[in-house]
Design a protein around this ligand. Structure first.
Ligand SMILES: *[C@@H]1O[C@H](CO)[C@@H](O)[C@H](O)[C@H]1NC(C)=O
Ligand SMILES: *[C@@H]1O[C@H](CO)[C@@H](O)[C@H](O)[C@H]1NC(C)=O
Length: 401
């Protein structure tokens, strides 16, 4: 059991919960290797004009992505970025990209306590609410919107701190973990350790929070309530998600997954018009093709300075097979991340691919994932599984290829 899970021990009293949460927490083992590190110019983000960003066209007066947060409207100088994704879609790697900047305060899955019916088997779901901890004796878990906004705003309290999870997966929360262990993990000791965590957060330039448990309809309220919040919506080909979850022995109910994936895509498209430039759709496959190029776009979108230091860290993170920047993240076996992103094509049964293509069709079409009509097409890597460009309803992190 990993170090991060030990904090879970102090909080939870059920062994099954521990196993469950441990699996959840270690879920993002990423598969990255140096791909083609071209220096990219990108049309989409810098600067934004109506001509090169169709998603901005329909609404006037929206915020321009890549700008620093607007302080004149009563905001703070600290950017807030929510990374919304799905289990086995590259979110841990993306989170670690942000961690490459010392100016970023990073939270790893602060909503871990919320039941994720997207990867938990139906029998494990609580029908009434999505909260796990009630079952394990933790009283009054924070409400999810409240908690998400509070933590994005460094609003840590003795009560809500106990719901932070996988503390050692983030450099920002590791010190808090150590402090607690020194003093003894109990809420009465949160004061001193929590104060230092708060300070660290307050002094950062941006708070980035990776969350797999928020659906896009839930994100809408956050966009409304925090006018400066930016959302990165990281998506991956469902057929790849399926193979990756199967390898990791996660539950994959294709119908529930596709229901969520489709609903999120539709909702995201709707939110694009309502909150222009505040949601950045990012495909895992683009990230795999050019990690550095996409990383720059993500920083730009989040209003986080891209420095030499960040670039150097990311290059070593993705290119040196012996360096593991975080405990669990980088698999070093893969030779070619573009290949890794499409390795599911050798592993998936045609029937499963076919079924997912049907169930997830509306989202797949919006994101430019190509359905295969025959087994031969599926295996033929000369036929791309994702289009270069995709739906213009989205504001996208894309690179010129
Ligand atoms: C969340 O709830 C706490 C306790 O009720 C409150 O103090 C805080 O202001 C709330 N945060 C938000 C963002 O509404
Ligand atoms: C990775 O694999 C793809 C697909 O076979 C290939 O086109 C590309 O050139 C490879 N990249 C590297 C860096 O080897």
């Amino acid at each position: 059991m990993g170090r991060a899970s030990r904090r879970g021990l102090a909080v939870l009293c059920s062994a099954s919960a521990l196993i469950l949460l441990y699996w959840a927490g270690s879920g993002g083992r990423a598969v990255w290797e140096p791909a083609q590190f071209r220096v990219v110019r990108h049309k989409d983000l810098d600067p934004v004009t109506p001509d090169n960003n169709v998603a901005m066209r329909s609404t006037e007066g929206g915020q321009t992505p890549g700008q620093q947060p607007d302080q004149s409207q009563g905001g703070t100088a600290r950017a807030r970025v929510l990374l919304v994704s799905y289990m086995r879609s590259g979110s841990t790697f993306t989170g670690d990209i942000f961690q490459a900047s010392p100016q970023v305060f990073y939270l790893y899955e602060p909503l871990i306590y919320v039941n994720d019916d997207d990867y938990m088997a139906p029998t494990e779901r609580s029908a009434k609410n999505r909260l796990i901890p009630i079952a394990f004796g933790i009283p009054h878990p924070p409400e999810i919107h409240n908690y998400t906004l509070d933590t994005l705003n460094c609003g840590f309290t003795d009560h809500n701190l106990r719901f932070l999870y996988a503390l050692t997966y983030s450099q920002s929360t590791t010190e808090f973990d150590q402090c607690q262990k020194k003093l003894g993990v109990k809420p009465s000791n949160f004061g001193e350790c929590g104060e230092r965590l708060r300070e660290r957060c307050v002094q950062s330039k941006a708070v980035v929070s990776k969350i797999l448990r928020l659906k896009m309809w839930e994100v809408e309220r956050l966009l409304r309530e925090d006018p400066e919040l930016r959302v990165i919506h990281l998506v991956r080909d469902p057929r790849g998600v399926y193979i990756s979850r199967r390898a990791a022995r996660y539950y994959f109910g294709d119908a529930p997954f596709c229901a969520r994936f489709n609903a999120d895509a539709a909702k995201s498209a709707e939110l694009q018009a309502k909150y222009p430039g505040r949601i950045l759709t990012t495909r895992y496959e683009d990230l795999a093709t050019n990690p550095l190029g996409i990383a720059k776009l993500l920083f730009n979108f989040g209003g986080i300075p891209w420095t030499e230091e960040v670039q150097t860290t990311l290059v070593s993170m993705t290119s040196n097979a012996d360096v593991q920047t975080t405990e669990h993240v980088f698999s070093t076996k893969r030779k070619n991340s573009s290949l890794t992103a499409t390795s599911w094509r050798q592993k998936i049964a045609f029937e499963n691919s076919w079924k997912l293509q049907k169930l997830c069709s509306s989202a797949m079409e919006l994101y430019g994932y190509v359905p295969f009509q025959t087994d031969q097409e599926l295996r033929d890597l000369n036929i791309a599984s994702f289009t270069r460009d995709y739906s213009h309803v989205f504001f996208k992190a894309q690179i010129e290829r």
